[in-house]
Design a protein around this ligand. Sequence first.
Ligand SMILES: Nc1ncnc2c1ncn2[C@@H]1O[C@H](COP(=O)(O)OP(=O)(O)OP(=O)(O)O)[C@@H](O)[C@H]1O
Length: 233
Amino acid sequence: MTMLAVRELHVHLGESHVLQGVSFEIREGGVTALLGRNGVGKTTTLRGLLGLAPRRGSIVLDGAEISALPTHEVVRRGVGYVPENREVFAGLTVQENLRLAERPGGRHHYDLVYELFPRLKERRAQRAGTMSGGEQQMLALARALLNDNRVLLVDEPSQGLAPHLVADVADALARVAELVTIVLVEQNLSLVRRLARDAVVLDQGRAVWAGDAGELLGDPGRTRDYLGVGVAR
Ligand SMILES: Nc1ncnc2c1ncn2[C@@H]1O[C@H](COP(=O)(O)OP(=O)(O)OP(=O)(O)O)[C@@H](O)[C@H]1O
């Protein structure tokens, strides 16, 4: 089943026509990677889906058109966002960060979050800013999982993390992907290889390839042409 269908999405930022008619579909469940060279518009696509960037085009979430909705309404319909750089409140405790993320009127899945991330439970009284980067990334994911989300948009979760922390974050994302559909922007192709079932590639303001992530990453020519890198190990 299709969870998210994007048709002819356009975003202008300042003078730049960054997204020039992006179209793709995200299947329900698992991880779809949104890939492409630096600056191609991956973050802008996530922000456009959320209404954080002014957009034009069609965005259908689970059968309902959401492209004209304001951000808070898109979020209320079950689209969670884990932005780049984690953005946790460093001076607040883990528990306070989670409490601030509670979406009014919905259910809050503390049991799920603490089961998935026992370290957050152990550290619930600790200030977020004193935790490791990997733990902060888990807190950022936990904030999105606390609410009833159908889709999580996760931007560069491995950025700036030491390799052993990347492995922890990958384990967490793999478990989260059993519960909710994930759209993942990620430069670390070994992480993409491990987690993603499907992939969409952006280039020059459009989606230029979509299909099986393993097929893309298993093809050195395509990986080089689309992503500007050598073969992912
Ligand atoms: N506020 C802005 N005004 C004008 N141009 C912008 C603005 N924000 C981003 N851009 C440009 O839009 C393009 C897309 O940026 P975006 O961050 O979406 O790319 P990305 O694919 O996520 O890149 P990266 O892999 O480097 O994170 C870039 O060329 C960027 O310079």
